[in-house]
Design a protein around this ligand. Sequence first.
Ligand code: BG6
Length: 491
Amino acid sequence: MSETPQPADLIVFGGTGDLSMRKLLPALYHADRDGLLAAETRIIAMSRGGLDDDDFRGKVDAEVRGSVPVDDLATWQRFLARLHHVTIDISGEDHTGWARITALLAGHEQRDRVFYLASPPMTFGPFCRQVHRAGLVTPASRVVLEKPLGRDLASAQHINDEVGAIFHERQIFRIDHYLGKETVQNLLVLRFANAFLEPIWNSLWIDHVQITAAETVGTPGRRGYYDHAGALRDMVQNHLLQLLCLVAMEPPSRNDRESVRDEKVKVLESLRPITGGEVDRFTVRGQYTAGVSGGVQVPGYLDEPDSTPPTEASQRVETFAAIRAEVKNWRWAGVPFYLRTGKRMPYRSSEIVVQFKDVPHSIFPGSAPNRLVLRLQPSEGIRLHLMAKEPGAGEVALKPVPLSLSFAETFTARVPDAYERLLMDVLAGNPTLFMRRDEVEAAWRWIDPILSEWESQSLLPEPYPAGTAGPAGAHELLARSGRAWHEEESR
Ligand code: BG6
């Protein structure tokens, strides 16, 4: 990133939606407060909302101000003054909004111009065509695409073609906010800036890897989206597979935009396909029913309050998914990678657990294999569980003790939210932490057969009560090989 922030126009399509209000605007405010936005930088929300600039500023004042630290009113006012709103008709029939945005951007063609599409994927192509028709795509333009990119490989390819007809691949930033999380960045540093791990980072020493993203939240108000997504599309195809790539990839030759992404694609292409009858053996899907979550009685997925009533699709959608994946290459042959994600789990926790093999010959009773836990949230940190002797005379008694790095205790600097880091990377034109077209498509290529097998079955997802750790099948997935999910530090 250059030292002096350059003036930019950030145009957020879907700018009054949930993502914008909850994540993007708070992230931009933090960046502004830290002096990372140039004085002239503008944030232009586009939506169907019929708001003018003042309405939008009032909305942000009412809805965002409470969620960010406003220690100085002048900074907050400066942030509000950056905001604009343009009411837009994506079909292009009503030209008023397009004329307004054209006027707003006129004379600023030299600035970095970022179109952030915080809208459903089927709007990506039409939006890009409209901005192109309006002559708004400059050489310094970039476009940011929110996940999920499509519903399967074919729709992802279609969207990529549509966007690619207007923007060059180097201008396209496909965002996966997990890649902006601090511990995810740290995973690369841990692996490639320390010598001791690399010799044991393989099937000779590692028994298996677990990647979990557990959430306590349910999906109230999200049925319209979630019925068509489900956990596999919402979390596994992107977030969990990205984490798997970072654990499994070979050391890149440089930390630059292409080298890291080249290595990630190789991992995705090495995933052993799970097809046909294997889908039932290696995958589990569940849906939460009513239960007690965080001490409160909550409804099941089908009864979540929502303006969209449940349909047949709602019964079939998974709110929990677990998969036993394998990376078929020299380094990882025979090492299972267990992926798991769910809503309404007993705790919120995203973590990567690398379970090492036991010592080849144990001379002490009670020894247990080492385990490395990379905690993404909450309380980011890294823990290496070692065996130690319990103090005392008499027989040697062993106890697993953690070598622990807590980011909050070790570093006092504010940890930027994932969106803040990624937005700053977009403004700086650095795509390293964004997904390339071939990456997204390789991920869909592996997910597609699982999706189609699930969709062809009459079987519904296994129920699990809200507040529990997923359906029984998820435990059996590991128990079959004498393993168990790592739960202990998640509370
Ligand atoms: C989003 C999903 O991508 O990630 C949500 O659409 C999910 O369903 C969210 O809740 C989880 O993100 P985080 O950063 O809270 O783990």
